[in-house]
Design a protein around this ligand. Structure first.
Ligand SMILES: O=C(CO)COP(=O)(O)O
Length: 424
């Protein structure tokens, strides 16, 4: 069911409506409310609730709400009809009642039935779905419809689409403020990272429905296995198992996957949108191959818990979580997402051949889940790390270039509760 309710009252019933909404204010603050104009104004005057207003009932408002019911946008209509007063717009009132009957949408026409609906809704879970419509290559409308169909069988879902004006960060803040039972991020790793950054530390569980190019966080946690990732990700959420995992902040931005300094950042920057659309995740590998020819070593100072170490590096990867395919993160063979530590891998290769040997070593390490013993990599765990590079190096954070070094990263152990299968 959508987490959207309609509230309507005839003039002789507006006091009753105001009283009913006041009595249920904290419940209704969790819902998207829509009302006919004068009813909406009255509710806004007497409560702190936000109400979307359509036209007044007598000039088409009831018909507008009937259209929302017919298109599955509303889960219940609370319509306090005046039984003692004839209305000039009786046909529209009847239309709304009929459409509720046809679509099996709950309709309360007096206080007793409205109280019963409120009681039922108090027991429902409300999910806020933050959906990035410009992620990945799928059919956006079909994807959203499938997600709603699967989830709405078990919970009420409020859908928020990201736009250039209102991003995932603001939408996640709204969802947290309205006491969401769970928040679901659907898009690429960038969308998931931004939503996770807001949820960190709140205890609200995070669902992930991956629709991006790499979907590394979902892969790392085995959230959407199989050939239909949207369906399997929804099943993971509906199954209800959660894992408590670490998150991090990097120069005060959220980090759930990894920060890449040097080689990886240059690779991501040279991977065009066009190549991603055409080749998917392979586009990164092709760009990485080209970048191997051009990557220069840089001087770096790494500070961990007050101790400074100096290296000549081509790539530094600081990972919270990473799938085996993020090979530059695999110094320890497996990035553990709930160990309270960031996994740091420094590649010091001086030539293309050395770099290739290092990468093959890291790839092998990921396959067998054991640390690499290549002499061109250094790896360790850290709670907090600060990196300075000379010349300054670009940083890629969860797939987005965020600027250049210096960079400071701090692990927040157990800051996220994520719907995921148990770790094996
Ligand atoms: O007429 C109505 C319902 O039939 C209600 O409209 P108002 O909320 O604008 O008074």
């Amino acid at each position: 069911m959508p987490a959207k309710l309609a509230l309507i009252a005839h003039d002789g019933q507006k006091d009753e409506m105001a009283d009913f909404v006041q009595a249920n204010e904290s419940l209704f603050s969790r819902y998207h409310l829509v009302a006919t104009e004068t009813t909406g104004q009255r509710i806004q005057q007497e409560t702190s609730l936000q109400v979307e207003q359509v036209l007044s009932g007598s000039v088409g408002g009831d018909a507008q709400i009937a259209a929302m019911v017919a298109t599955s946008q509303i889960s219940a209509v609370i319509f306090f009809i005046d039984p003692l007063q004839a209305q000039p717009h009786e046909p529209e009132i009847q239309t709304l009642q009929r459409v509720c009957a046809v679509h099996n949408v709950a309709l309360a026409t007096n206080r007793a039935t409205a109280d019963a609906i409120a009681e039922k809704f108090r027991q429902s879970r409300i999910a806020h779905l933050i959906f990035n419509p410009v992620s990945g290559q799928g059919n956006v409308e079909q994807d959203l419809k499938l997600i709603q169909e699967l989830l709405e069988a078990q919970m009420q879902v409020q859908v928020h689409l990201t736009t250039p004006e209102i991003g995932a960060e603001e939408l996640a803040q709204t969802a947290i403020a309205s006491n969401a039972d769970l928040i679901i991020a659907s898009g690429g790793d960038g969308t998931v990272s931004v939503v996770a950054g807001e949820i960190m530390g709140t205890g609200i569980p995070l669902g992930i429905i991956p629709r991006g190019t790499a979907n590394a966080f979902a892969v790392a946690l085995n959230i959407a296995p199989g050939i239909n990732p949207i369906r399997s990700a929804c099943e993971t959420i509906l199954a209800g198992n959660t894992r408590v995992v670490d998150a991090a902040r990097c120069n005060d931005l959220p980090l759930i996957l990894l920060a890449g300094i040097g080689y990886e950042a240059e690779t991501i920057e040279r991977t065009s949108r066009e190549a991603k659309n055409r080749w998917g995740a392979l586009a990164y590998i092709m760009a990485g191959w080209q970048q191997l020819n051009e990557q220069e070593l840089f001087e770096t100072e790494i500070e961990i818990e007050g101790t400074v170490q100096k290296f000549q590096a081509g790539a530094i990867t600081i990972a919270n979580a990473a799938p085996p395919t993020s090979i530059l993160a695999q110094g320890t063979g497996q990035v553990v997402v709930d160990d309270g530590l960031l996994d740091v891998t420094i590649s010091t290769a001086e030539s293309r051949t050395e770099a290739l040997t290092t990468m093959i070593g890291l790839f092998g390490a990921a396959l067998v889940k054991l640390g690499t013993n290549s002499e061109n990599t250094v790896h360790f765990g850290a709670k907090q790390i600060r990196v300075i590079a000379d010349p300054p190096q670009k940083i890629v954070l969860d797939g987005e270039i965020i600027g250049t070094t210096p960079v400071e990263i701090e692990c927040h152990p157990g800051a996220l509760k994520v719907f995921a299968p148990p770790a094996n």
